[in-house]
Structure formats: structure tokens, C-alpha cells
Design a protein around this ligand. Structure first.
Ligand SMILES: Nc1ncnc2c1ncn2[C@@H]1O[C@H](COP(=O)(O)OP(=O)(O)OP(=O)(O)O)[C@@H](O)[C@H]1O
Ligand SMILES: [Mg+2]
Length: 227
């Protein structure tokens, strides 16, 4: 489902010096896996997330996700790629001027769905995160945990094969974080491959999942010992 081979992401510093946010990262994630990515602040988690979700391109190496090579995506193929994945952010990224219903409907709107089947799918999606009763509210009237549940419903509404999240519980207390993780686990149980970047060690420890570790842009099991 995800395959990185010798991937670098390199930024130019002030004096033109290259700094590697990702350094020779290779990894394989199979269909159906649930994988955490942990590492200290600045290690490269968001950088990796942005490559996986094609918000950025690798500087070198090959990054393949859901059957697409990220560096090869074009304006024509990017929408197809987007339909294969669902993305969840730390700060939810809901549209403030749209209702909860409209936010969740967005991925279906984009691909041209309309009418009663869209209506039913969105309400089923909201029901799945326990928020059908908030369909007509605007995001700002929801709690943080509720907003993240709406964002998860939106990420899953088009039934992507892969769900990618960057610090999805970073703004939430432990109880709400557990709720959010339960939703990810349920999606995984239903067949969705799940990738979650997080520095929440307690949460990672509480779930028996594969854990990838990153430190100073380098990936590996032995490179970084969690505190
Ligand atoms: N656009 C950019 N330009 C230059 N350097 C960048 C850019 N984006 C990230 N970096 C650098 O890449 C490194 C990795 O950053 P990244 O945001 O991926 O870390 P992170 O693991 O997500 O950290 P955190 O836990 O704080 O979110 C950092 O040293 C950062 O300064
Ligand atoms: Mg980050």
C-alpha cells in the first residue's frame, strides 16, 4: 500500500546549505496494516505525512502510495490519487462556513455525487462517529473532539483504502484521544490501511500496533529509544 525507497526530502538553509528533513527513508506498509510513526519534535513526521499525502514531493528516491508514484502525479492524476486516500490533520481543517453535513459531503461533492444516495451516505458517516444530531451545526459550535470526529467522517466518506493522519490527537485530552483511536481501529478492522504519525507515547503504548520510529530524518527501529 505504501512503499518508500531511499527517499530524501531536502531543504535549503539560510546560507544555501542543504538540510535533510528525511534522509534515505525506506519503508513498506502492506494493505490492511495499522502503523504508528513516532519520533521527537522536528524528526520528520509531518514531512513524511506530507509526502505520503502528496502535499509535497520527495527531493529524491521513490515514494509509492496506493498504486501511485508521488513524484509522477500530475494535475490529471492527482484527483484519482486523492480518491484513494483519506487525510486527517491535528487542527481538523474543517471549513468554517460549511455545516458539519457539508464538510463531510465535500469529497463526494467533488466527485459529482448528488441526491438521496449522497444524503444517506453522509448521514451514515456521521452516525458512525456519533454525530448525526450535529449535521446542521457549524464546526465552531462543536468541541475539539467532535470536530475531529467530523474530520474523520469526512476522511472516510469516500471509502479510501488508506487513512493517513498527522498528530490527530495532538489537540485533544487523553479520553478524547482514545475515542479517536477507537475510530481509526474500527476503520482498520473494516479493511482500511491506517498510518498515524504521533508523539503521544502513552497512546502508542496502549495499542499493540506496528511502530516505526524516526529521528533526525532517519527511519528505523534501533535508531531511537523512546523515553
Ligand atoms: N518548509 C520547510 N522548510 C525548511 N525546513 C523545513 C520545512 N518543513 C520542515 N522543515 C524541517 O524539517 C525537519 C522536520 O520537520 P517536521 O515538521 O517533519 O517534524 P515533526 O517530526 O513533524 O515535528 P513535530 O513533532 O514538532 O510536529 C525540521 O528540522 C524542520 O525544521
Ligand atoms: Mg509534525
Amino acid at each position: 500500500m505504501i512503499s518508500f525507497s531511499h527517499v530524501y526530502k531536502t531543504y535549503r538553509g539560510n546560507e544555501g546549505r542543504a538540510s535533510h528533513a528525511l534522509r534515505d527513508v525506506s519503508l513498506e506498509i502492506q494493505k490492511g496494516e495499522f502503523v504508528f510513526l513516532t519520533g521527537p519534535s522536528g524528526a520528520g513526521k509531518t514531512t513524511l505525512f506530507r509526502l505520503m499525502s502528496a502535499f509535497d514531493r520527495p527531493s529524491s528516491g521513490v515514494a509509492s502510495v496506493a498504486g501511485y508514484e508521488i513524484a509522477q502525479l500530475t494535475a490529471a492524476t492527482l484527483p484519482h490519487f486523492r480518491r484513494r486516500i483519506g487525510v486527517v490533520f491535528q487542527d481538523f481543517k474543517l471549513l468554517r462556513d460549511r455545516t458539519v453535513f457539508e464538510n463531510v459531503a465535500l469529497p463526494l461533492d467533488i466527485r459529482g455525487d448528488t441526491g438521496s444516495s449522497l444524503q444517506r451516505r453522509v448521514m451514515d458517516g456521521l452516525d458512525g462517529v456519533g454525530l448525526a444530531h450535529k449535521a446542521d451545526e457549524f464546526p465552531e459550535s462543536l468541541s475539539g473532539g467532535e470536530q475531529q470526529r467530523v474530520a474523520i467522517a469526512r476522511a472516510l466518506i469516500h471509502k479510501p483504502g488508506l487513512l493517513i493522519a498527522d498528530e490527530p490527537t495532538g489537540n485533544l485530552d487523553p479520553e478524547l484521544s482514545a475515542e479517536i483511536m477507537n475510530l481509526f481501529e474500527r476503520a482498520n478492522a473494516q479493511g482500511t490501511t491506517v498510518f498515524v504519525a504521533t508523539h503521544d507515547h502513552a497512546m502508542v503504548k496502549s495499542r499493540a500496533k506496528r511502530v516505526l520510529k524516526i529521528h533526525a530524518g532517519q527511519m528505523g527501529e534501533g535508531l531511537w529509544v523512546s523515553p
